[in-house]
Design a protein around this ligand. Sequence first.
Ligand SMILES: Nc1ncnc2c1ncn2[C@@H]1O[C@H](COP(=O)(O)OP(=O)(O)OP(=O)(O)O)[C@@H](O)[C@H]1O
Length: 217
Amino acid sequence: MLVVSDIQLKTKETLLYGANMQLRKGTIYGLSARNGSGKTTLLRTISGLRSEPLGSIAIQENDHLLSALEVKKQLFYFETVEWLDPNLSGWDYLRFTQDAWNQSDRPIEEIVSFWEMDSYIKTPIKKYSLGMKQKVLLAMYGVSGASYWLLDEPTIGLDTNSLKKFQTYLLDAKTDGACILFSSHQNDSLYAVCDYMYEMEDGSLLLSMIKKGDDKG
Ligand SMILES: Nc1ncnc2c1ncn2[C@@H]1O[C@H](COP(=O)(O)OP(=O)(O)OP(=O)(O)O)[C@@H](O)[C@H]1O
């Protein structure tokens, strides 16, 4: 379980005052808020890319607190396709992810096929469309085999077919025991797959359960 305790998020203004989260494995959490309210900042903070002086973030497994190295292997966060080097190929990134995280036996080829990237995955990223790059980013999560997935706006650039695949992909990962937290402006994709929703509002983080089978109640 990933536990965020009393975290205060502060950039030029205070975005969150003492927020708490408990993110369990086998569960999908959505993160929703207005533009500029701090979703990316929160994901960066949880992933360890930035630090906050107040509050703590830890991963706890079977009453054992993971070491910093264990956390690095168990958590995956690749914020945006803007991080991709255009001179490398999608295949280079998937190989790198597999070598660095090494938590999954699933062949890379299987994930490439799932995302229908076979025809271009070994060509340079500078030749990819936004959606093609986004699928590489998503494939990296599955290749990593990490247990904790943090995703920032993962549905950007995806067409209708890829959006359906995205939902299947998250639900399969959840079945395999992953804990997923993702932000989105598309509430439909949040409601379709999430078990719980975090909403950032006026410096607080509010948790609600998504009831399945009704109209977003
Ligand atoms: N490195 C930084 N230095 C100063 N201010 C920052 C920094 N990063 C973010 N901010 C500010 O923090 C606030 C939250 O930004 P953030 O990108 O986390 O919001 P967001 O909810 O992800 O936005 P969006 O929905 O538009 O993607 C904004 O006001 C932004 O200007």
